[in-house]
Design a protein around this ligand. Structure first.
Ligand code: URA
Length: 195
């Protein structure tokens, strides 16, 4: 089953379907374990990810690892991490519709092959690519959504992007960091209840 994933990955590493192939240093396909029940989908690679070819390895990624570690989860043992698009947009601008469309086959294949039971949608770009325009992240974070057949019945939860948390450092009750703490505990509970 994961041979299929390797095939998709090698296709993706040579992809020239959109113009981001001209500016990228590396394609950023995934990190973590493919036989995972828990998938996190981010937005797009940034500078560090482009250099290293791995998702979430910069400051936001380090914070993400800490958030997972606070409930005993790690990318080495529990989580599969990928992005909505696999190549860095110049200056870290938001992905364009045509870039998301070109890259959709890779994200869809990752979901189809791994069939995670829980998918975390990290930030607005990931939310929109799976659930469409259902509202801003502040309103919908921490709620469970059913993505239907497209995600093989997985439970979906939008969460704040760690870059947003880096810009909003307060931990007081009701702050984004405090809310993230509630959300990761809810996620861990759902993870533990999976068979
Ligand atoms: N932000 C993302 O959304 N993805 C990464 O891989 C890095 C930063």
């Amino acid at each position: 089953m994961f041979e299929e994933l390797e095939l998709i990955k090698s296709k993706c590493l040579n992809c020239q379907k959109c113009s981001l192939c001209k500016t990228r240093s590396n394609v950023v396909f995934s990190d973590g374990i493919p036989n995972s029940k828990l998938m996190l989908i981010g937005e797009a690679p940034g500078y560090n990810e482009d250099v290293q070819g791995k998702p979430f390895v910069g400051k936001a990624g380090q914070l993400l690892d800490k958030i997972f570690a606070s409930v005993g989860l790690s990318r080495e043992e529990h989580v599969y991490i990928c992005n909505t698009i696999k190549c860095r947009p110049p200056e870290n601008r938001n992905p364009l519709p045509e870039e998301k469309l070109a890259c959709e086959e890779y994200l869809k294949a990752q979901i189809d092959i791994i069939k995670p039971q829980i998918i975390l949608l990290c930030g607005n770009v990931a939310v929109q690519s799976i659930l469409g325009n259902i509202g801003g992240i502040t309103k919908i974070r921490g709620k469970w959504f059913n993505g239907g057949d497209y995600v093989h019945g997985a439970k979906l939860m939008p969460i704040f992007h760690p870059s947003y948390l880096l810009r909003n450092d307060s931990r007081v009750k009701g702050s984004p960091k405090w809310l993230m703490w509630q959300d990761i505990q809810e996620i861990k509970k759902a993870y533990d209840s999976l068979n």
